[in-house]
Design a binder for this molecule. Structure first.
Ligand code: G3D
Ligand code: MG
Length: 172
């Protein structure tokens, strides 16, 4: 490392409705051998290091009572990971509402959005393409976004999501 080189941390918030799989995904990141982690900072904050890139990930509760306080976590956020339960068709409308509420928030104007279409192992689940269409992701022009299908239980798809995030660093 160059002397005086500051190791930069990139702030990530993991959001999504309760039961979407947020904590399982964070746990998978921590278990993954290609990812080196430092000790837990707080119950819901973990540092994840991918190829020398440090991400500080905040796993934010998704229950209705907690959603109104999501904005207290927004400042300096570089990445939003939105976790969608791909089997939960009923509540995708709520996710859509929350997504556009976040994108309109001043503190998140520079944030890039990674959407995980989780629980792809479930029979009859929505595909990433269906979720993308429902959430009208192609209409989002003011934030970089990417949708990745995954299964948090096996970890499938999670690395590709992280790779997209690291590829965004330094791109502005
Ligand atoms: P949350 O933190 O977003 O609230 P959790 O969600 O990570 O606690 O996950 C909620 C439940 O969904 C858990 O089940 C978890 O095991 C399950 N889950 C998470 N990801 C997947 C997935 O990819 N596929 C399947 N089939 N289940 C998943 P329990 O039973 O422990 O409540
Ligand atoms: Mg959780």
């Amino acid at each position: 490392k160059r002397p005086g080189h500051q190791c930069q941390e990139h702030k990530v918030i993991i959001v999504g409705l309760d039961n979407a799989g947020k904590t399982t995904i964070l746990y998978q990141f921590l278990m993954n051998e290609v990812v080196h982690t430092s000790p837990t900072i707080g119950s819901n904050v973990e540092e994840i290091v991918v190829k020398n890139t440090h991400f500080l990930m905040w796993d934010i509760g998704g229950q209705e009572s907690l959603r109104s306080s999501w904005n207290t976590y927004y400042s300096n956020t570089e990445f939003i990971i939105l976790v969608v339960d791909s089997i939960d068709r009923e509540r995708l409308a709520i996710t859509k509402e929350e997504l556009y509420r976040m994108l309109a928030h001043e503190d998140l104007r520079k944030a890039a959005v990674l959407i995980f279409a989780n629980k792809q192992d479930m029979k009859g689940c929505m595909t990433a393409a269906e979720i993308s269409k429902y959430l009208t992701l192609s209409s989002i022009k003011d934030h970089p976004w990417h949708i990745q299908s995954c299964c948090a239980l096996t970890g499938e798809g999670l690395c590709q999501g992280l790779e997209w995030m690291t590829s965004r660093i330094g791109v502005r």
